[in-house]
Design a protein around this ligand. Structure first.
Ligand code: AMP
Length: 563
């Protein structure tokens, strides 16, 4: 149902203003996700909304775009028109960044407000006036009590990841905040799960809400595709490298790699080409003629990988497609089913691979529930796995050429003359070595760790799925398992300052004496980064790095606390 709507509607059909449409087009969003297609018109019409949606569905834009559009233009007051409540500081920052990006052209003023940050900065910013406040409930209440966050002008309140907020004990804070908000406001609640406590919360604070949920879509019985499915949990920073590893082991004949945006399509196909794959980009920005050329290259085997957005790949039928790769977890189970339906046809086995970031694991679970199939979490191939696999491939191609037999005679003279001087077996070894080295794709010599699902989500996982995260800690530090034994540090500089994972590893290893292998998952956001280090070394790392510089910037580093 939701899928049908999404298929028909483009962003332009949603009555969004030109400034917002331009921002979306610049971000490379080609069409609304199902939750956006359903939510945006209702929210623009002023309805309350109860949405079941996890991270990865596009829910942030689903509530942020209507908020931005509904902010009164001209003669703005100092009090916010919208308040978004979120469970953690990370989400507060992420949502603020999203609102800022979508509303940049309209000059929307947004402020993240969370505990752990000096309150002075927040006081000054609130005093200057903001349109949208994105806050953790505790800190929001502090500001309300101080009179620095006034709710009188609120048009919309969003409860984002409401189930998480209840799990973290924010229920009473949320109640008090909403009791202070104007009665005629619009209230929006998003939650990944809908336990009865969420229903009760919705009954207390929402009035006649539209309910939005991505409907389950089950494949007709007997038509389940013969597809081997698997997922890899990796951090964003490691994704391209992990994809390379997986492709090397899988050695697809022809594969489609799905990305969310045009920019990702362009970037990833460039990266893959740089790593020696023959990848072609396919997205909505190409003319029909360019599209035909790309498809021709894939059909003829000149290209082996097609990197595409959903829209661009629509209607595309490649006969010999062996693999579908989701570079991100798709934004709805329907989209997953649709994508992987492109392989496993006509009795052939197909492979569907999904790269998931830790924060997307709930979406993966939603897909498992909808398809009623488990998607096993695989371990990213190690350097040793790759070597083994490459040897297998070399062996297979030698065997193929022996079976074909043709055209070998002209090399006889080489072998015969070498055999006079050397052992025939050694001659064969040297020849295999040359073939092997000529055929391989270059790969990095470092193993890529599997990423860890955030601690606060761990209780939701099933025991069989613990494989990846535990394995990644096999770094010669006994007892340094995930959760226990590691601590996350917040570094106040991110992609915007040109920070890359290797810079952080370099600085930490250089200043603190930890080795690169002790450093765990690294996440780089626009304005900050998060790094995992062994708990017993955390204080030392902070001390060592205070005063250090990366890219000429002094580092602001501290323990990462959500509140
Ligand atoms: P969310 O579920 O809100 O956390 O969004 C997940 C990711 O999807 C974010 O990186 C967004 O930038 C991206 N995204 C949201 N809407 C769209 C869209 N319509 N097309 C492509 N990407 C999107």
């Amino acid at each position: 149902m939701a899928q049908a709507t999404a298929d028909q509607l483009g962003f332009a059909d949603l009555d969004l203003e030109p400034e917002i449409l331009r921002a979306l087009s610049e971000l490379g969003y080609e069409e609304p996700t199902p939750i956006q297609a359903e939510a945006i018109p209702n929210l623009l019409a002023g309805r309350d909304l109860l949405g079941q949606a996890a991270t990865g569905t596009g829910k942030t834009a689903a509530f942020a775009l209507p908020i931005i559009q509904r902010i009164p233009r001209g003669g703005r007051g100092t009090d916010p028109a919208a308040l978004v409540l979120v469970p953690t500081r990370e989400l507060a920052m992420q949502v603020s960044e999203a609102v800022h990006r979508y509303g940049a052209e309209l000059g929307v003023r947004v402020l993240p407000v969370y505990g752990g940050q000096p309150i002075g900065h927040q006081l000054r910013a609130l005093g200057r006036g903001v349109d949208v406040v994105v806050a953790t409930p505790g800190r929001a209440l502090d500001h309300i009590a101080r009179g620095t966050l006034r709710l009188d002008a609120l048009q919309t309140v969003v409860l984002d990841e409401a189930d998480e907020m209840l799990d973290m004990g924010f229920s009473e804070d949320i109640d008090s905040i909403l009791e202070n908000a104007p009665a005629e406001r619009q209230t929006v609640l998003f939650s990944a799960t809908m336990p009865s406590r969420i229903d009760a919360l919705a009954r207390r604070h929402l009035s006649d809400p539209v309910r939005v949920r991505i409907e389950r879509e089950e494949p007709p019985p007997g038509e389940a595709p013969r597809v081997r499915e698997g997922a890899y949990m990796v951090t964003r920073a490691q994704k391209a490298a992990a994809l390379g590893r997986v492709l090397d082991v899988e050695a697809p004949e022809a594969a489609i790699v799905f990305c969310r945006t045009r920019e990702q399509v362009d970037q990833l196909s460039e990266t893959l080409n740089g790593r020696g794959y023959r990848a072609e980009a396919l997205h909505g920005g190409l003319s029909q003629e360019q599209r035909d050329r790309v498809m021709g290259r894939l059909r003829s085997g000149t290209a082996e990988l097609l990197v595409a957005t959903d829209v661009a790949a629509r209607g595309l039928d490649v006969e010999h497609l062996t693999h579908v790769v989701n570079y991100d977890v798709p934004s709805a189970p329907e989209s997953y089913v649709h994508r992987i339906g492109r392989v496993g046809r006509a009795g052939r086995e197909g492979v569907a691979i999904t790269l998931a970031e830790p924060r997307e694991h709930r979406m993966l679970k939603a897909i498992e529930r909808a398809t009623r199939r488990k998607i096993p979490l695989e371990k990213v191939p190690t350097v040793a796995d790759l070597r083994t696999r490459r040897l297998e491939l070399t062996r297979a191609s030698l065997e193929e050429s022996l079976i074909e037999g043709a055209d070998l005679d002209r090399f006889r003279v080489v072998v015969e003359s070498l055999a006079e001087e050397y052992d025939l077996f050694d001659v064969a070894l040297a020849a295999v070595k040359l073939v092997h080295e000529a055929g391989g794709t270059a790969y990095d010599e470092e193993d890529i760790p599997d990423a860890r699902i955030p601690d606060r989500d761990r209780s939701q996982r099933e025991p069989g799925q613990d494989r990846g995260p535990r394995k990644r800690r096999e770094t010669g530090r006994p007892g340094a398992g995930p959760g226990a034994g590691t601590t996350r540090l917040f570094v106040g500089a991110g992609r915007g300052s040109g920070i890359r994972p290797q810079d952080l590893v370099g600085a930490i290893a250089g200043e603190s004496g930890l080795s690169g292998r002790d450093i765990g998952a690294i996440e780089i956001a626009d304005r900050f980064s998060l790094v995992e280090v062994p708990t017993d070394a955390a204080e030392d790392v902070i001390r060592a790095l205070r005063g250090a510089t990366i890219k000429g910037r002094r580092l602001n580093i501290r323990l990462d606390r959500d509140r």
